[in-house]
Design a protein around this ligand. Structure first.
Ligand SMILES: Nc1ncnc2c1ncn2[C@@H]1O[C@H](COP(=O)(O)OS(=O)(=O)O)[C@@H](OP(=O)(O)O)[C@H]1O
Length: 305
């Protein structure tokens, strides 16, 4: 690390530290006051991005589908493959929490870094205890690149976008494999959200966000066709799949009839019991404090009625 004046902050970036067993102890021994920033993104997208990057350098590697499983028919995911293992954030975090308190670790959402770079950078600056110098006015969205870029400033005459190797088109993956991996990651994601106290909604940024500011709006978005009720076990039970504040749950299909903001939504009700349909596949909808309903692309669950 370079020498630093009292008034300076030194930043060092090594993505592999987060998943390196010895890193927390070593960093702690160097300086226990170190602030840690971790950028996380949907682990399935992360794995595909990782694979796409490796493939661009080694075109002869086996397929993503082949590398992901020890036994695909049995759904046995190969956790020894780095592209898979890195996304098990909850496990890696445990090693860090043996040395650093959670308050010393800040998590940046890779998805929000694209959709709201100023917001994410604002939180980073707050975490570092520095003035919010980087704001909205420093970014513009480059549609061709699909990423925000830095606007030109007095000190740099050119705008600065991510290089050619970022934002590569991802390799097409069998949707069934994607679903299997989403299921695989679900408990790790949930544990991660619980530990960090934040729901990262690891779902595609391209997902539509349904605005439903009232019950009638919600019904408009998902017109009622069926009725029923589904109960979920206690929030903390792993079988409940966990729902985190300020998240409520609802379902799709059938249409959403309930979306209350609750820290502990444990059931979803729709219509009279008498006309219970055969249980459809239930999808979770996340509902934030503004009652914006967000279909979760990893929210397919089976429930009991
Ligand atoms: N600023 C910013 N905002 C959002 N996303 C970003 C940003 N910088 C890098 N990326 C994406 O992170 C993926 C890996 O990037 P890198 O190649 O820089 O990672 S690495 O450190 O070299 O492994 C890679 O993802 P893919 O686009 O899926 O390939 C990058 O696009």
């Amino acid at each position: 690390m370079p020498r630093t004046l009292e008034s300076q902050i030194t930043l060092e970036k090594t993505p592999s530290y987060f998943v390196t067993q010895e890193a927390p102890r070593r960093i702690f021994n160097m300086s226990r006051d170190t602030k840690l920033i971790v950028v996380v993104r949907n682990p399935v997208t992360r794995a595909i991005s990782d694979y796409t990057q490796t493939l661009s350098k080694k075109p002869d590697i086996p397929t993503f589908e082949g590398l992901s499983f020890r036994n695909r028919t049995l759904g046995l995911v190969d956790v020894s493959w780095n592209a898979i293992r890195i996304g098990m954030y909850a496990l890696h975090l445990e090693s860090w929490l043996r040395y650093f308190p959670l308050a010393q670790i800040h998590f940046v959402s890779g998805e929000r870094l694209i959709t709201d770079p100023a917001g994410e950078m604002g939180r980073v600056q707050d975490f570092l205890g520095i003035k919010r110098l980087i704001t909205d006015k420093h970014f513009y969205f480059n549609k061709t690149k699909g990423f925000p870029c830095l606007k030109k400033t007095e000190s740099s005459l050119l705008p600065r976008c991510l290089g050619k190797s970022k934002g590569r088109t991802h390799v097409q993956i069998d949707p069934e494999v994607i679903d299997q991996l989403r299921e695989f990651y679900r408990p790790y994601n949930i544990k991660f959200y619980e530990t960090v106290g934040q729901d990262f909604r690891f779902s595609s940024v391209k997902n539509p966000v349904f605005k439903a500011r009232s019950r009638s709006n919600a019904e408009k978005a998902f017109p009622p066709v069926m009725h029923g009720r589904v109960d979920f076990p206690a929030l903390n039970s792993s079988s409940a799949h966990g729902f985190f504040p300020p998240v409520a749950i609802a379902h799709l299909p059938p249409p959403l009839l309930e979306c209350s903001v609750s820290h502990r939504a444990t059931s979803v009700t729709w219509g009279p019991q008498s006309s219970l349909p055969t249980l459809p596949t239930l999808h979770l909808l996340f509902c934030d404090s503004d009652l914006n309903l967000v279909p979760s692309d990893n929210g397919v669950i089976s429930g009991t009625i």
